[in-house]
Design a protein around this ligand. Structure first.
Ligand code: AMP
Length: 585
């Protein structure tokens, strides 16, 4: 397949800010893609070379790209930098620079998607002492073979700035439409994606073997399973609206969720966002690798502990484990425990279909097989009424937990699903709203006064799964230290957009917009009706949405959460109604 066809599609997608049209473009692209490269095309459109969990990164800095472009275009660095200043984007610079050269050279040959993919893959796989020079040469040679238009996208891809706004859900909708003629089969694709976390493979199997084969995709060791998620309940009484009879109540520990895969001596740990994080916890993986467990996948919460008091320490302490150097030192200074709370695969067999009460028995066995004081069972009790739940909540808070999780004893493990099989109940944070909210940054206003050169206020949105969009609920400007402001300016720069993202539903004007990626934790005094925010629009009152009153950043960036894991619009609506109930009481 000619790469220029992919570039045509990219150009069209880049221009649309409507999700429906984006899906249409994607459907046409998938229909004309030969089945043997569909996997690669699915990765490329999402700016990837392989599924996230493989952790493949191209690893090229701006300076290296500039040197590659100097080699390909024959232009001097000063001239390049001048154009760069005007275009403000390395992809646009590549296009300009190659345009410049094009007038004096022969038309390049037509280049294939396969060729571009294989060069990008080679760049990503190049390591070692002289790798930088080699990478620069590879980029320069692929740019030499491309047209200016193609160069733009190749460079954007390499820099991770190909922001087409194509989320997993959009890809699944488009695959379903392109290969089965209807969106209704998307649920089957989603099931397969939930257990494999690999949309490229799902696309290949769908295109080559059909829907039946997609339905047979099941859990495979060392491919992370998308985690099961909890719904929130505002109060203890609300829990018992969902739970009939008894349920398991567990400590909700404030650490990092990990999914452990083990077969023979090999162990890999995956984060909640499905990244491979084995290197953050070598102590944990060594214990598990040395145990007698065979072919197993389980989940737990890693928590830092204070060795003097044996108290749990807050989640932020785990940040010290995210490093490449000084790992031994970090293990010693920041010891952790792994509290196991679920099992997906044991002794070579899938266990997700078993009721939770049976899975818990297997977890007990698993912990005793590992037999190490750092691998524990998450504390649990079975409760039947609000009173015993309330007592357990007090116990959890005393132990330093953020609240409790209530789990239905008969429930299966539903990969990638959020539902009332798991209910989270968080403790009060001293503000009038009983809970913190996790919202996505979708836009910003430039700062004034002391904040010149930074963002002064951030526009935040909640997630609406029904429309797969992000709806605004707040503009927040308090709770930020100078360091936060500087860090946000840098990290948000990677997600900057010229226009509103197609999946963002906002009715206010902002100075800049972002891809919905970064989730932050917010406290507020209450939720009010708002004519300008779109979250919960018309849910309570015609032409009114919901907004946060006195919102404040807590200092916690939820980088363990994807944008789709943010607080949902529906939750805001429930919290609003709940709050009214409290006020009336
Ligand atoms: P939240 O991130 O607020 O949606 O809460 C869900 C998260 O709580 C899970 O993804 C886990 O990381 C964490 N967690 C802590 N304790 C437990 C537990 N006992 N069972 C399940 N998840 C837990």
């Amino acid at each position: 397949m000619e790469f220029s066809l992919l570039v045509d599609a990219f150009e069209q997608m880049e221009m649309t800010s409507s999700r429906l049209r984006l899906t249409d473009h994607l459907v046409s692209l998938l229909r004309m893609t030969p089945t043997d490269i569909i996997e690669k095309v699915v990765y490329l459109i999402q700016g990837k070379l392989r599924p996230d969990f493989e952790g493949i990164e191209i690893g090229m800095a701006e300076k290296m790209i500039l040197r590659s472009l100097a080699q390909s275009s024959g232009m001097g660095m000063t001239a390049l930098l001048e154009i760069y200043r005007d275009t403000g984007d390395l992809g646009n610079l590549a296009k300009e620079a190659m345009h410049h050269k094009d007038q004096t050279s022969l038309m390049p040959q037509r280049m294939s998607v396969e060729r571009v993919y294989s060069v990008l893959y080679e760049i990503a796989g190049t390591t070692g002492p002289r790798s930088q020079e080699y990478k620069i040469r590879l980029v320069s040679s692929i740019i030499n073979e491309s047209s200016p238009r193609e160069s733009r996208y190749i460079i954007k891809f390499i820099m991770g700035s190909l922001r087409l706004g194509i989320a997993d859900n959009t890809v699944m909708d488009a695959l379903s439409l392109a290969f089965t003629g209807t969106k209704t089969n998307r649920v089957l694709l989603e099931n397969a994606y939930n257990v494999s976390s690999d949309l490229g493979t799902v696309a290949r199997i769908l295109a080559t073997e059909g829907l039946d084969a997609v339905e047979k995709i099941s859990i495979i060791l060392f491919k992370p399973v998308r985690p099961m998620l909890a719904e929130r309940a505002p109060t203890i009484e609300d829990v018992f609206h969902q739970v009939k009879g008894s349920a398991a109540a567990e400590f909700k520990l404030d650490g990092e969720r990990i999914q452990v895969h083990k077969a023979n001596g090999r162990v890999e740990l995956f984060s909640r966002r499905l990244e491979k994080i084995t290197s953050h916890f070598p102590d944990i993986s060594t214990i598990i690798a040395g145990s007698k467990l065979s072919d197993t996948i389980f989940e737990g919460e890693v928590v830092a502990i204070d060795l003097d008091t044996l108290n749990f320490l807050p989640f932020q302490v785990l940040m010290h484990r995210r490093r490449k150097h000084g790992v031994d030192e970090a293990i010693k200074n920041y010891p952790v425990y792994l509290n196991v709370f679920d099992i997906l695969y044991y002794d070579g067999e899938t266990k997700t279909h078993l009721p939770y009460s049976d899975r818990r028995k297997i977890i007990e066995r698993l912990v005793s097989v590992i037999n190490d004081h750092r691998i524990l069972l998450v504390p649990q009790t079975v409760v039947q009424d609000a009173k015993s739940l309330s007592n357990y909540m007090s116990k959890a808070i005393e132990a330093g937990c953020e609240g409790i999780m209530v789990k239905q004893l008969e429930s299966e493990y539903r990969a990638g699903a959020r539902g009332y099989a798991w209910i989270k109940l968080k403790r009060e944070y001293g503000s009038d709203l009983t809970d913190t909210l996790d919202l996505v940054i979708v836009g910003a206003l430039y700062g004034r006064g002391r904040r010149v050169g930074r963002y002064g206020a951030l526009l935040l949105a909640a997630y609406d799964p029904k429309t797969d969009t992000f709806k605004t609920a707040s503009k927040v400007g308090t709770g930020f230290t100078d360091k936060h402001l500087a860090d946000f300016y840098n990290s948000l720069g990677r997600h900057l957009l010229r226009h509103k993202h197609p999946r963002v539903d906002a009715a206010i004007q902002m100075d800049v917009w972002f891809e919905p990626k970064i989730v932050i934790e917010i406290v507020a005094s209450e939720i009010t009706l708002s004519p300008v925010h779109t979250a919960g629009m018309n849910a309570i009152r015609e032409k009114y949405g919901l907004a946060l009153r006195f919102p404040k950043f807590t200092g916690k960036i939820r980088d363990d959460k994807n944008a789709e894991d943010a607080t949902k619009v529906e939750e805001l609506v429930t919290l609003y109604s709940q709050q009214k109930r409290t006020i009336q009481r």
